[in-house]
Design a protein around this ligand. Structure first.
Ligand SMILES: O=P(O)(O)OC[C@H]1O[C@H](O)[C@H](O)[C@@H](O)[C@@H]1O
Length: 478
């Protein structure tokens, strides 16, 4: 029996959402949100709930059902991960955006913080793990300096199957593999992509790569709980069944229609009201190095989903909230000044971990110097908690909106909950804002311009358009 099958263990691992410091009875009428404001939104909230339910029923938000629909996929992933473990020294993800940020965040959260530096037996026999989420030539070359392609498996991940960066990486790797291992290169490449759309699936089928599919109703930034995230996680020894069980548990917690009992809906409603009050920035500040890259993953989710323009009676309206990544306590020493005394334009979301997986005692010392010796006898975890609470207090005192997501500890079950919570919050915020949270039309222009500049056939007109742009003036470059 797995521990997540035990109801009392699950309950003990429930993530909680503390929104006290968003509320006017805590930070003051002028600065916070009142219960009445939330109640006044009930018709809108009800409509948003119905709209999300409809989408789920119509199969448009398949990401919501990933915790339940993948029993066979999980089996296949576990078998594949085992085979990779037995054969390869390194496992490299080639992908970008939604095809990279989730694998990075979950790996950082659930594996040793210096995973790659550990000897293999301390990695439970798992391969070293790298995610190449950029096309910087220096970084690519640096990777090839430390891996041996002969003993490396590459997981090419792209939902669209056509992202230039990922396909460029793929071409490079395929060529190197062919050179190094000849025809066997096929066994070194696993493709994770849409079952029908895009170029990668065609290539994968032609060349006989092992493939995993991203379901049609699962967009890149909502895909971490699909094979996009599950294969890399399983290869590195993470319990993916527990991850999915955590997501299913959060789905249950987010199934109530009463916003006061639904953490994802409440989180979204508060952000919605905050946005209306000019809070254009959403800072995510985990107080745990393991969750540092959750803020990266969340940044894409929140930015691409909610940053939209639309038409209201011929007038363009722009919505969205700029996500900012921060890390406690590190960024207390760089950003907190701005958060406490700068403009009232932010909501700060802390992520607090109650129990750390490691304990480090601070030894006593310098008893004759009280300003140093008070630290002795505490633990680093206590110091971190005190600093989180102190920062929360400082923000509360400065009447700045802040909220805290509390994880009893960091494990696959709580991380599954966290991912799912933030995904539902984002989708619900999208409904409240009346926008499509699942597209990203604003990234197309840049992509098309890149195609034109790189000479992709069919983009000749775009190239001409680009060449017709005003020439840059020397006088403005100094
Ligand atoms: O997974 P892919 O199709 O390669 O997409 C990778 C990324 O590409 C674009 O930049 C999209 O805006 C992102 O939402 C997406 O995650």
């Amino acid at each position: 029996m797995k521990r997540f099958e035990d109801a009392s263990w699950r309950e003990s691992m429930r993530i909680r959402f503390d929104y006290n410091n968003m509320m006017s009875d805590m930070i003051g009428e002028e600065y916070g949100i009142s219960k009445e404001q939330i109640l006044a939104l009930q018709p809108k909230i009800k409509a948003a709930i119905e709209a999300l339910k409809e989408k789920r029923k119509a199969g448009k938000t398949e990401w919501r059902d990933l915790p339940y629909t993948q029993a066979d996929v999980v089996k296949d992933i576990l078998a594949t991960a085992e085979a990779i473990k037995n054969r390869f020294e390194s496992f490299v993800v080639l992908g970008i955006g939604g095809s990279a940020l989730g694998p990075i965040a979950v790996h950082q959260a659930l594996n040793h913080l210096h995973y790659n530096e550990l000897p293999r037996e301390k990695r439970n026999g798992c391969p070293r793990f790298y995610v190449v989420d950029n096309i910087d030539p220096e970084r690519m070359r640096a990777l090839f300096d430390i891996i041996d392609v002969k003993s490396t498996a590459f997981n090419v991940i792209t939902k669209s199957g056509s992202t230039s960066e990922t396909m460029a990486q793929f071409l490079i790797v395929r060529d190197m593999l062919k050179e190094a291992v000849g025809d066997e290169y096929r066994e070194h490449i696993i493709a994770t992509t849409d079952a029908e759309k895009g170029n990668l699936i065609r290539i994968a089928r032609e060349e006989g790569f092992k493939t995993f599919y991203i379901p049609a109703g699962v967009g890149g930034r909502f895909s971490e709980l699909s094979p996009v995230g599950l294969l890399p996680a399983a290869v590195c020894g993470i319990d993916i069944e527990e991850l999915l069980a955590g997501a299913a548990y959060m789905d249950e917690l987010c199934s109530k229609d009463d916003v006061f009992e639904n953490p994802a809906y409440m989180a979204a409603v508060l952000q919605y009201i905050a946005m209306k009050q000019g809070k254009n920035i959403s800072v995510m500040m985990p107080y745990a190095d393991s969750l540092k890259y959750m803020a990266d993953w969340y940044a894409q989710l929140w930015a691409e989903s909610l940053g939209k323009k639309f038409d209201v009676e011929g007038r363009e309206v722009y919505v969205g909230q700029t996500p900012v990544k921060a890390l406690g306590v590190t960024d207390q020493h760089s950003q907190i000044q701005l958060y406490t005394e700068g403009p009232f334009d932010k909501v700060i979301t802390f992520i607090k971990v109650e129990n750390f997986r490691s304990q480090v005692d601070i030894p006593k010392g310098y008893e004759d110097m009280p300003a140093v010796s008070f630290l002795g006898g505490h633990t680093l975890g206590q110091l971190l908690h005190a600093e989180q609470m102190a920062t929360e207090y400082a923000l509360y005192k400065a009447k700045r909106m802040n909220r805290t997501i509390i994880l009893p500890e960091v494990n696959a079950f709580t991380v599954g909950q966290l991912l799912y919570l933030l995904e539902v919050e984002t989708a619900f915020a999208g409904e409240l804002l009346n926008i499509n949270a699942f597209d990203q039309p604003g990234v197309e222009e840049g992509k098309n311009a890149t195609y034109a500049l790189m000479g992709r056939p069919g983009y000749e007109e775009k190239k001409a358009e680009l060449e017709g742009r005003p020439k840059k003036r020397e006088e403005y470059i100094i």
